[in-house]
Design a binder for this molecule. Structure first.
Ligand code: ZN
Length: 345
């Protein structure tokens, strides 16, 4: 009987060691240690043994049972650990694989230009002012020295909603509103970006809706030289330190004197090329000293206060800066066009 028990132990341990999986291991447990297993059978036959033999065989049977049980437990942990490792290996991530591309939007080129101009003027102490796009005739024209019937009103074909209300044709009404709000007191330093509307037929250089950025400075002793210095800083920061500016006499009803500002052509360095139409200069914006009538209408003493104003088109600046040849590209939302501006961000 002792031999039989020894044999069972050797046999069981051998099988446990060879077990390939948890199920097989469980089968071995049932086969050797179960109620119908050979060890239980040995113990059942103990009644036939003598009183001396019985405790010896009983103790041995327990030893064998415990040895097999311990071996099964050890094997079980081993198999479980292997299963976990296998699962982890299957789920491992190769960090060297390239990621899936994500489509990211980008700022619209006009937004970028406007933000760049805003940052530049905020750096010079300006504030940003905004006003309504549906505007009163008074602020859009009358307060800017353009009374009803003034021939210069024809320079800006307008979308009228009623006789007194229209879509603003420029951002200048924000000037008039800001000056009125300051009740005849200075100083004012603002820029006003926004949409404006004109009855134009859309083509490569015209759009019925476009953007403007207006600038206004009002204070004591504001002179033409202040305007020129400001525009020079703007042109150099926006287009490059090597750019020159020149002011040409012009006419706007709300400024006196009025000027147009040109910058030297980057393409040809001022020698003349197709971009600058052989002149060496490119027109950028209109400006001038605020007309005394405009100051007076807003409640300022034009003998004490002076000011300058300038207005520019972000589309034109973006076209020059990025080499865009058709203003309509900014409004047709062609992703192939817009995507080109994502690269710089
Ligand atoms: Zn040129």
């Amino acid at each position: 009987m002792q031999e039989r028990l020894q044999e069972l132990q050797t046999e069981a341990i051998q099988k446990v060691d060879q077990a390939a999986g948890l199920k097989e291991l469980n089968d071995i447990r049932v086969a050797y240690l179960g109620k119908k297993g050979p060890i239980t059978e040995v113990l059942r036959g103990m009644g036939k043994l003598s009183a001396e033999e019985r405790p010896v065989i009983g103790a041995l049977a327990n030893e064998v049972r415990e040895a097999i049980s311990a071996r099964i437990e050890a094997k079980q942990s081993e198999l479980e650990e292997a299963a976990v490792q296998e699962k982890l290996a299957g789920e491992s991530i190769d960090v060297t694989l390239p990621g899936r591309p994500v489509n990211v939007g980008s700022h619209h080129p006009l937004t970028k230009i406007i933000e760049e101009i805003e940052d530049l003027f905020i750096g010079m102490g300006y504030e940003i002012a905004e006003g309504p796009e549906v505007e009163q005739d008074y602020y859009n024209f009358e307060a800017l020295n353009l009374p009803k019937g003034h021939p210069a009103r024809d320079m800006q074909d307008s979308f009228y909603i009623t006789e007194e209300i229209l879509l603003r044709t420029h951002t200048s009404p924000v000037q008039a509103r800001t000056m009125k709000k300051h009740q005849g007191k200075g100083p004012i330093k603002i820029i006003c970006p926004g949409k404006v509307y004109r009855r134009d037929n859309d083509d490569a250089t015209h759009s019925h809706q476009f953007m403007q950025i207006e600038g206004l400075v009002v204070g004591e002793n504001i002179r033409m030289s202040d305007l020129k210095g400001t525009l020079d800083v703007f042109a150099k920061k926006m287009f490059g330190q090597d750019r020159e500016i020149r002011l040409r006499p012009s006419f706007f009803p709300f400024t006196e004197p009025s000027v147009e500002m040109d910058i030297s052509c980057k393409m040809c360095g001022g020698h003349g090329c197709s971009v600058c139409k052989q002149t060496g200069w490119i027109e950028i914006l209109g400006a001038g000293m605020v007309h005394p009538n405009v100051l007076e209408m807003a409640g300022y003493d034009s003998k004490k206060y002076t000011g300058f104003a300038f207005g520019m088109g972000p589309e034109r600046i973006a076209m020059l800066k990025y080499g865009v040849d058709d203003i309509r590209h900014f409004y047709t939302n062609d992703v192939r066009f817009l995507k080109q501006f994502a690269i710089e961000e």
